[in-house]
Ligand binder design. Structure first.
Ligand SMILES: Cc1ncc(COP(=O)(O)O)c(C=O)c1O
Length: 377
């Protein structure tokens, strides 16, 4: 998006406004496919659940990873609407329910769709057997998350040593283990996590095969990094390693899927906000803007992410602070931003803010979430 386009949108729609560029989403999706041609992307809807994004990605050929019943229904209803002639069994091709822990009511509601769901412990398996016996299951493995921005293995995934028993138990309970899944942690810039995870998954599949169970699906999760700064490697090197390991470890007919979230949408959104106040404290200028860490900047808290603040003015810069609009001291966006002197009413913006941002906006202090504007749909 150009500066002129962002300013025009802010003028037309007011601020704060999240501008989502669907050309960028399509570019990211096509890059992913080009680099990992054997892997079907299931977009992790949690990163940004805008129905417009679901539609754009569906039209590109994406499938979807969901983490709750509302997310499942959001995707199901949208793709049903867009694809009247789909085969009856399209749910598996298009949706994986990849939250290993599911409430009873969710399982009861999901059962009629015969979904593919993940599990990582025996209690969950018993719940699935009781409340969603028509589901196919995928076992989530605990794999190294070293150096990932958001680590997930302390919460999810069975130890590789427990995997065979959990697979055999599932078959005994007349559930079919269709897949093995893992997640290397979000914003993973350590390729070795993926390499180790693939090797662990291959060893578990070998064990299952030795007991007469051929696993058909490998779900390599999310973790593909978004370009937040110049240090983040591009997907090329990671894809080369992944493709080589996939060829080395698995049969060519294994169905492989991934659950990219931030890789597809982070770079597609820019937030434009207004300066609504100014102060001078601790020897520097501070600007208050009409968004906050309770709103579009929520990724600072929940996602451990930083979003540099930029502006449309030129001139000599000085170190300053940027605060959110709420009355909470925690609502500090930056203590050291380099900006020229700004006036109240000036626009500022933050790029790469499409993932885990407005998705977790609240109404704290009575301020509603930023308006979302979709461009190039
Ligand atoms: C099960 C699962 N799949 C996919 C994702 C998406 O991860 P990412 O945005 O790193 O690609 C997450 C993120 O938490 C997740 O928990």
């Amino acid at each position: 998006m150009t500066a002129r386009q962002l300013q025009a949108i802010a003028r037309d729609h007011g601020t704060p406004v999240v501008v989502i560029d669907h050309d960028e989403i399509r570019r990211n999706f096509q890059e992913f496919r080009r680099h990992l041609p054997k892997v079907q992307p299931y977009y992790a809807v949690k990163a940004n659940p805008a129905p417009e994004i679901v539609e754009t990605l569906y039209r590109e050929g994406s499938s979807f990873d969901v983490a709750s019943l509302p997310e499942f229904l959001l995707v199901y209803r949208n793709i049903r609407r867009l694809s009247a002639k789909e085969r009856q069994d399209f749910v598996w091709d298009k949706i994986v329910y990849a939250n290993p822990i599911k409430p009873q009511k969710t399982l009861e509601a999901l059962n009629k769709y015969k979904p593919l769901v993940t599990y990582d412990n025996l209690d969950e398996l018993k719940k699935i057997q009781k409340y969603a016996p028509k589901a196919g299951v995928a076992l989530r493995l605990r794999v190294p998350n070293t150096g990932s921005m958001v680590e997930l293995s302390s919460k999810f995934g069975c130890d590789p040593g427990e995997a065979l028993e959990l697979i055999l138990k599932a078959f005994k309970m007349e559930l079919t283990v269709e897949g093995i899944s893992f997640h290397v942690g979000s914003q993973c810039i350590n390729d070795d996590n993926f390499v180790q995870a693939l090797n662990i998954a291959a060893a578990v599949m070998d064990e299952a095969r030795a007991h007469g169970h051929e696993i058909k699906i490998l779900d390599i999760g999310g973790g593909f990094p978004a370009p937040y700064n110049a240090q983040v490697p591009t997907i090329d090197a990671l894809a080369r390693k992944l493709n080589a390991e996939i060829d080395r470890l698995f049969a060519p007919d294994l169905e492989i899927l991934a659950e990219p979230g931030r890789y597809l949408v982070a770079s597609a959104a820019t937030l434009v906000a207004s300066v609504i106040g100014r102060t001078h404290r601790d020897g520097k200028t501070g600007y208050y803007i009409d968004d906050s860490v309770y709103h579009t900047f929520s990724g600072m808290i929940f996602d451990h992410c930083q979003y540099p603040i930029k502006c449309f003015r030129n001139g000599k810069t000085e170190v300053c602070s940027v605060f959110g609009q709420t009355c909470d001291g925690l609502d500090t966006i930056s203590q050291s931003e380099e900006l020229p002197r700004l006036e109240i009413g000036d626009l500022v913006y933050a790029e790469n803010i499409g993932a885990y941002s407005n998705a977790s906006s609240t109404y704290f202090n009575g301020f509603p979430p930023a308006k979302v504007v979709h461009v190039n749909r």
